[in-house]
Design a protein around this ligand. Structure first.
Ligand SMILES: [Zn+2]
Length: 92
């Protein structure tokens, strides 16, 4: 996956992984710029880290954020920040 420096809305700069299709897509980049950086996101949201298969993430947790650089290519897993609300709603 290609990497690119993104300036988040909180003002911090992150060097994030992008999907190939996002790299030259201004709308996709804007979407990333409109989010908090990972540190600010984790400190302002009640989330817990959960490692899961990439397929599960794509199907059930696509609206959740993932931990930067956590994708494990060998096992096809990724660390997802799952909001505590997900547990309360019984979606797990
Ligand atoms: Zn930040």
């Amino acid at each position: 996956m290609p990497r690119k420096q993104i300036k988040r809305k909180c003002g911090h700069i992150e060097n994030i992984y992008l999907e190939d299709r996002e790299f030259n897509d201004p709308a996709a980049l804007k979407h990333h710029e409109d989010e908090l950086c990972e540190k600010c996101y984790v400190s302002t949201n009640r989330v817990c880290e959960k490692r899961m298969s990439y397929v599960d993430y794509k199907i059930e947790y696509i609206s959740c954020r993932t931990k930067e650089g956590s994708y494990d290519e060998k096992n096809k897993t990724i660390v997802v920040y799952v909001p505590y609300d997900y547990f309360l709603l019984g979606t797990l």
